[in-house]
Write a protein that binds this ligand. Structure first.
Ligand SMILES: C[S@@+](CC[C@H](N)C(=O)[O-])C[C@H]1O[C@@H](n2cnc3c(N)ncnc32)[C@H](O)[C@@H]1O
Length: 501
């Protein structure tokens, strides 16, 4: 890990509070070092831009701005951009202090931006302009950040190169950025705070599109439900057997209490869950985006209220649930922060978020099967390693991790009857392959899947992966109201608190 970057923290800041330090860093780098005209220092649009900054202690050492355009305006016409309606973003004034260069800090910042901007703002177009010495960086922006050449405006020293990242390139750019970001972030020990939380705190929620990802269901869209339903039901029974002991260890709120199962699917799991003795006297509700899946749920248990809605925007009242449950759902979400924000809103103070998911970062097996898992990670909009990052991301929304349980699923049972051990479940070889067989439905993975499946069934190879359970608590009311009366921590203190542990 680089010494220079290890102590750096990233924060979204408002231009109003950090104007002087941002302008002075830009002046030192863009004017004094790179020879730009001083008029470049303060950009038109800085006041409404989103500023991502890197701090070493209290010192600003890196900054970049995301400028916001609502539809076509004079600037977009000047850069000969296509007529679009909707949000357009423009990255610029990218500056890194000389002491902190060469540590991949600038690359990491670019990736944070790409991920947050796509997940949260979903612009119809985003672009960069390259002027002066920056024009030589075209290749780097194409290679690392997926921008494509769009236009050359002006001549000689005044020439400006315009590069764009238009849909449909954008989702691919996003997935590419997210993967590299996760690797770099781990390597440098630098994390990105939530843009959604920042927009909430700044009262700028109008920048979060209302309909954005709300209707997207990355679970059902690539799958055939006829194939998927039997697999899901078998998985539900297995999961419930594994979860019995886990649930008994968690301090669930006493009945009468209300539980909402987000991404409930066919409802089979919820009907099993509500039979657990710890949930006796609970009123349970299920919610899913898929009307088709909820049809099955209604048929199975007409007495349960089933809500057709998105995890990002449920339409249910504030503080109306004691427990929110989500099994095998977070791995399918592209905007985890938006879901966490909605969950916080729905939970009563002191309420629990109970998450169960597979974590592909814990997958073990022969290289050919690992390759299939890796290639899937590179094409899937959801994130099957999300539980690696969820504790930190949930902390951005004041949800504190109370329990983390891991159960390793292995393909080493003597027969197809599962064997339950402490923190381990042994499955038969065919049942265990069922955890990954759905990947065969993705066309893009055909080759990797065939190689992996052939190897799996022609050898005695072992595979295993963890199912993890994470339980988070929203602060109790007394704490929340005491916090409201106490002086607000400074942004630096807040970031330190959020990133502690
Ligand atoms: C793998 S299934 C899990 C179903 C169930 N929780 C279980 O454990 O069997 C994932 C579910 O999440 C739902 N889903 C995906 N994206 C969603 C979203 N944005 N809002 C609500 N549900 C969503 C899908 O429709 C699907 O039913």
């Amino acid at each position: 890990m680089s010494k220079a970057s290890s102590a750096i923290q990233f924060r979204w800041v408002s231009f109003q509070t950090h104007r002087d330090v941002i302008l002075s860093l830009r002046r030192a780098i863009l004017v004094d070092e790179q020879g730009f005209d001083p008029s470049i220092v303060h950009a038109e649009g800085d006041e409404t831009a989103l500023h991502l900054c890197g701090f070493a202690g209290d010192e600003l050492v890196a900054a970049v701005a995301v400028f916001i355009h609502h539809g076509m305006d004079e600037e977009l016409r000047r850069w000969q951009l296509p007529e679009v309606s909707g949000l357009v973003t423009h990255y610029g004034r990218y500056v890194v202090h000389p002491d902190h260069r060469g540590a991949k800090l600038a690359e990491l910042m670019g990736r944070f931006l790409a991920r947050h901007v796509f997940e949260t703002l979903q612009p119809v177009l985003d672009f960069i302009i390259l002027q002066g010495p920056h024009r030589e960086l075209q290749g780097m922006y194409r290679r690392l950040f997926w921008f494509r050449f769009h236009a050359r405006v002006g001549e000689g020293d005044d020439e400006t190169i315009v590069m764009v990242r238009p849909p449909p390139d954008y989702p691919r750019a996003y997935l590419f950025a997210r993967q590299r970001e996760q690797a770099l972030s781990r390597q440098l020990g630098i994390y990105s705070p939530s843009l959604i939380r920042f927009l909430d705190d700044e009262g700028r929620v109008e920048l979060i599109p209302k309909d954005g990802h709300v209707q997207l269901n990355y679970y059902t869209s690539p799958l055939s439900l006829t194939d998927e339903l039997p697999r899901l039901s078998a998985q539900n029974r297995l999961l419930f057997a594994e979860q019995r002991a886990r649930l008994a260890k968690v301090a669930l709120p006493p009945a009468p209490a209300r539980l909402l199962d987000i991404g409930t699917g066919s409802g089979v799991y919820l009907t099993l869950l509500r039979t657990h003795e710890r949930l006796a006297g609970y009123e349970v509700h299920g919610l899913d985006l898929s009307t088709k899946l909820l049809q099955y749920a209604r048929m199975t248990a007409p007495e349960i209220p089933w809500h057709v809605a998105s995890a990002y925007q449920t339409g249910l009242p504030d503080a109306s649930f004691d427990v929110i449950h989500a099994s095998f759902v977070f791995i399918h979400l592209v905007n985890v922060d938006l879901a966490l924000r909605e969950i916080c809103r729905l939970l009563k103070p002191g309420g629990l978020l109970y998450v169960v998911d597979i974590n592909d970062a814990t997958f073990r097996g022969p290289p050919e099967i690992q390759e299939m898992v890796k290639v899937h990670a590179a094409i899937y909009e959801g994130d099957r390693t999300i539980l690696e990052h969820l504790p930190r991301r949930a902390a951005d929304f004041d949800l504190q991790l109370e329990h983390h349980f891991s159960t390793r699923l292995r393909n080493t049972a003597a027969s197809e009857t599962p064997e339950f051990l402490e923190d381990e479940v042994r499955l038969g070889r065919v049942t265990a392959w069922g955890m990954y067989s759905f990947l065969g439905q993705r066309e893009e993975l055909e080759e990797e899947f065939d190689i992996a499946q052939d190897l799996y069934f022609s050898s005695g190879c072992e595979i295993s992966v963890e199912i993890q359970t994470q339980v988070y608590r929203k602060p109790p009311a007394a704490l929340a109201s005491a916090d409201a009366g106490a002086p607000k921590p400074s942004q630096a203190e807040e970031t330190a608190i959020r990133h502690a542990g």
